[in-house]
Ligand binder design. Structure first.
Ligand code: ADP
Length: 379
């Protein structure tokens, strides 16, 4: 793979000529231009050197004993690892036929003997510029390929999710609705009616959450304008957390709010940031077994605000921690999958935190608990 570093590296040139005087002259001219020079006095040595050094450019004399320049060029062009290296032939000015033949074997240009310094420098520099541009294009292509792979993976995850998580609840809704239609409402059918309605409600709720998450994520991708205003942070977070009191009680687990120090303001798009607190607190409750606790802590630290959602629940295995913020990613352990989810919450959280100029840090240990720390710039 070509890296950005490759595109910036010093040019490496291999000079191939059986005449040491020519080699030394070219070496002096090109070394003065900042190139690193390698040399070979015959065709075979040149091919070996090309394999091991992989130079950016080869200057190749036509007339050489044993293997001449045409032959060397043909071997280079037939080798998939070496065929991209541009070959500039070295030829006598008068040898027009030789130059035509040399270009026909795959050479890109030629320099003539006796050497004119400016011509040698101009031709080699222009070839090296092309080499650098090619490396840059390869580098961009590689980036495009990686981006394409990421998008392709997201598309596949989405299709997988849409097939399972949207189709399954739909089957439940349709199945029970059909059943209800066929049932005559008599006292002995009341239980069945009640269970069917429960299943329909549950499945519809699941689909509503999923659709809301997908729409949220899509809306953020469009870069909809973010509306900041100064918000008293402790007071606002406390109100948001209080909304989870009933859910915590139902589990049951302890939900605590622990502000540290005095009230302070943070520049927020409050309705949007509410999704951060909602997702992190509901996850903490969801992934903490009954009898456990969830703590929300808020404090001002010099020029930033710190919001922490801490739980003593299931924790997140180390190998999942780098992928946990990816869209549709869920921990594949049975205990985690028992709780319903879309795998979209944390990617929405991360996007919103970054839109606020902040950062989210995860600290978790399997079986011990999880802490999400959100750092925000203070107003
Ligand atoms: P989901 O809708 O599945 O909860 P999220 O994107 O919110 O999706 O979270 C991704 C995954 O991260 C979850 O499926 C869960 O496995 C794991 N996770 C998130 N928060 C916690 C937590 N507080 N404790 C343990 N696991 C968590």
């Amino acid at each position: 793979m070509t890296t950005a570093f490759d595109t910036l590296r010093t040019g490496q040139i291999l000079i191939v000529d059986d005449n040491l005087k020519n080699i030394n002259l070219l070496r002096r001219i090109l070394a003065a231009e900042g190139y690193v020079i390698h040399t070979a006095l015959d065709g075979q040595t040149a091919l070996d050197a090309a394999c091991s050094i992989h130079p950016d450019i080869i200057l190749l004399d036509i007339q050489m004993p044993d293997m001449d320049g045409y032959e060397v060029c043909q071997v280079l062009k037939a080798d998939p690892h070496l065929c991209d290296i541009p070959v500039l032939f070295i030829s006598a000015l008068t040898d027009t036929d030789g130059i035509v033949r040399a270009l026909g074997t795959g050479g890109v240009d030629y320099i003539t003997k006796p050497f004119k310094i400016q011509e040698v420098v101009a031709r080699v520099n222009s070839q090296f510029k092309l080499v650098q541009q090619r490396h840059q294009i390869e580098h961009l292509r590689e980036q495009d390929r990686q981006q394409y792979e990421t998008l392709d993976k997201m598309k596949n995850d989405f299709i997988h999710m849409a097939t399972h998580d949207l189709k399954n609840p739909l089957h439940v809704i349709i199945g029970f609705a059909t059943l209800l239609e066929a049932v005559e409402v008599q006292p002995e059918h009341e239980r069945l009616m009640h269970d069917a309605l429960d299943s329909i409600q549950h499945a519809s709720q699941k689909m509503r959450t999923l659709v809301a998450d997908i729409l949220d994520l899509a809306k953020m991708g469009t870069g909809a304008e973010i509306q900041f205003s100064a918000v008293p942070f402790i007071d606002q977070v406390q109100k948001w957390v209080a909304g989870f009191g009933a859910l915590a009680k139902r589990k049951p687990l302890d939900l605590m709010f622990e502000p540290l120090g005095n009230e302070f303001t943070v520049s927020l798009d409050a309705p949007r940031f509410e999704r951060v607190v909602d997702n992190l607190v509901s996850n903490a409750i969801k992934y903490t077994p009954a009898g456990g606790w969830v703590k929300v802590a808020v404090e001002s630290q010099h020029d930033r605000a710190l919001l922490q959602i801490i739980d003593n629940g299931l924790g997140i295995p180390e190998e999942d921690q780098t992928k946990i913020f990816d869209a549709f990613y869920r921990v594949g352990r049975e205990e985690h999958l028992e709780a319903e989810g879309t795998g979209l919450g944390l990617s929405i959280v991360k996007t919103i935190v970054e839109q606020h100029g902040g950062e989210i840090v995860l600290d978790s240990q399997l079986g011990q608990g999880t802490t999400f720390s959100v750092y925000l710039p203070c107003a």
